[in-house]
Design a protein around this ligand. Structure first.
Ligand code: FAD
Ligand code: SIN
Length: 550
């Protein structure tokens, strides 16, 4: 392929991902040049679109930016970067006003915005749309705005394989146009990664299928620093029904009075935490996990049956309809639920403007670690994070790239080397990849999940290496294999710091070190070290250097 020349296109800016963070970035970039936005599925296929509970923002009369700041810092257990939290809660109201001016409709009661309460919030501050379809409303609004800008082009079904890096930083990306079966380059002045989280690395997850950690893995391969990768948030209540995906049952249901009961129908959370159903998310998820072990069951129940059926159908229409599809009427029956991987607090380390340690490379949204979530994210803060830091990353990319040229031609040799790794085609080999993917997902759930231990994490690392060897025997030319490579990388990048952190804090819980441990009052940063490359395959097995800092 290299000999026949490499197809490339140029754009001033590249945004990888079209969720709330990517679309916010694209809007901020438009006006400064041409913007290409990529996604690997359809435009509306990331976590953003599925967000239910709502968006936290301090705009009610009873609330203040100071209260929102305090609640976020408390949930993050001293691990948040206060400067970043101040930016998020301070700029949040303006970003919401932007959305409203672009046509977003949030639910109202008596002519005023309706604010809900979720766990660990001291005030009612969650705005929602159509009951439980907040993400969809926000993404549709942002998409309308993007589609009205002639400078922004969205390329669907374009899988980003890797970043183009040279001595001066990131120069664009290598992408696979799946429908055409073509690999080509997009060269840019600045690139923003907004590829979302890593949920699919776990067998039980609320995340949609596109969320495989690609952006974090490719940034790591390119030399970006990652931070707080051991902090994975498990949502306490996802549907547990044979044949049904672990569909999310919003925390807002507990905010409205739903009760969690064990297999013997007993409400038990007050035995674990004084705030019971409204305790911080990590504590509720862990309490459910422990109760499931104690009662020898694979699920607990979420009970709304004491609430008015008319209220339930109006307040949670999407959840009601989805459960009904599985023959479960939530107004009459208790819902079998168990925890599921939901969100990663860590990711690509950025400053408050989305800048990474690599020139011209920015990150925003769940793929980034600005430090706003610390060791445990406060519910409904991530849509806000995507809006605020997506916009900031876009603005910063514009400022920083004023004098930069889109690189032309001179990287041909670098590119040829990269392209030869990927071969010519995008031949599917989904079945084989699926087997390895399922193994890695089960492994992560069992050994690097809600409760972790040294032995389990060591076993996980050994198995990850074996799976990696299996993958390396194959030529990685399909999207399935490339995703698998990323998932294996992410699995290691979670397991290694989880093993290193011999203490428990927030969402990271070690049964062999149940206390925080003074020594562990610090962040772990991972950077690519010596790379073990086997059989000529791209760098599937990473060997990160682990740094600690306060
Ligand atoms: P996403 O919205 O996940 O978008 C990622 C994008 O990246 C997609 O367009 C995808 O196609 C693209 N992409 C990924 N890899 C590649 C690749 N290799 N090449 C090209 N494109 C790629 N948060 C709240 O604040 N409130 C809530 O109520 C809430 N509810 C939630 C409910 C559910 C079920 C889930 C899963 C999450 C929820 N969250 C909620 C969390 C929140 O939705 C996410 O953290 C946030 O939306 C992430 O936005 P994002 O823009 O970073 O990524
Ligand atoms: C939910 O609705 O429970 C999800 C909210 C969130 O993850 O922020």
């Amino acid at each position: 392929m290299a000999k026949r020349g490499i197809k490339s296109i140029s754009s001033d800016f590249l945004v990888i991902g079209s969720g709330v963070a990517g679309l916010s970035a694209a809007i901020a970039l438009s006006g400064a040049g041409r913007v290409v936005v990529l996604n690997k599925g359809r435009a509306m296929e990331g976590s953003s679109e599925f967000a239910q509970g709502g968006i936290a923002v301090a705009i009610s009369e009873e609330d203040s930016i100071g209260f929102h700041l305090e609640d976020t810092l408390a949930a993050g257990r001293g691990f948040c970067r206060e400067e970043a939290v101040k930016v998020m809660v301070g700029e949040g109201p303006d970003r919401i006003r932007d959305l409203i001016s672009w046509g977003a409709e949030f639910d109202k009661e008596g002519g005023r915005f309706a604010f809900a309460r979720e766990a660990a919030h001291s005030r009612e501050r969650i705005l929602r749309a159509k009951g439980d379809a907040t993400g969809e409303e926000i993404v549709k609004t942002l998409l309308r705005r993007v589609n009205s800008s002639p400078e922004i082009a969205i390329f669907e079904h374009h899988f980003t394989i890797d970043l183009l890096i040279d001595n001066s930083g990131c120069r664009g990306a290598i992408v696979m146009d799946e429908p055409k079966g073509e690999i080509y380059l997009i060269k840019t002045r600045a690139t923003i990664i907004a590829t979302g989280g890593i949920g699919r690395v776990y067998s039980r997850t609320t995340n949609p299928s596109v969320v495989t950690g690609d952006g974090i893995a490719m940034a790591f391969r390119a030399g970006a620093e990652l931070e707080d990768m051991e902090f994975i948030q498990f949502h306490p209540t996802s549907l547990f029904l044979p044949g049904a995906p672990p569909f999310l049952l919003s925390e807002a249901m507990r905010g409205e009075g739903a009760v969690i009961r064990n297999i013997n129908k007993e409400a038990f959370l007050s035995r674990y935490h004084a705030d019971a159903e409204m305790a911080p998310r990590d504590m509720v998820a862990r309490a459910i996990w422990l109760e499931m072990q104690a009662t020898g069951s694979r699920h607990v129940y979420l009970d709304l049956t004491s609430l008015d059926p008319v209220f339930i159908r109006g307040r949670f229409p999407k959840i009601y309809a989805t459960c009904l599809q599985y023959d479960l009427d939530i107004t009459e029956e208790m819902i079998p639920v168990s925890p599921a991987a939901h969100f990663i607090m860590g990711g690509i380390k950025t400053d408050i403007n989305g800048a990474t340690n690599i020139g011209s490379l920015y990150a925003a949204g769940e793929a980034a670690c600005t430090g706003v979530h610390g060791a445990n994210r406060l519910a409904s803060n991530s849509l806000l994070e995507g809006l605020v830091f997506g916009s900031r990353a876009g603005e910063e990319a514009v400022k920083a790239s004023v004098k930069k040229e889109v690189v032309k031609g001179k990287q041909a040799s670098l590119v040829r080397d990269l392209m030869s790794d990927y071969g010519e085609g995008c031949k599917e080999s989904r079945d084989d990849s699926d087997k390895i993917i399922n193994s890695i997902r089960r492994l992560m759930w069992d050994k690097a999940g809600i409760v972790r231990s040294k032995d389990g994490l060591n076993e996980a690392l050994i198995s990850i290496k074996e799976l990696c060897t299996l993958l390396n025997k194959r030529r990685q030319t399909s999207r399935a294999d490339l995703e698998l490579k990323n998932m294996i990388t992410i699995a290691q990048l979670i397991t290694i710091p989880a093993l290193t952190r011999e203490g428990s804090i927030g969402a990271h819980y070690r049964s062999d070190f149940p206390d925080k441990g003074e020594r562990w009052d610090r962040h772990l940063v991972l950077k690519r070290g010596e790379v073990i490359s086997q059989g000529g395959a791209p760098d599937t097995l990473c060997n990160p250097q682990v740094y600690q800092y306060r």
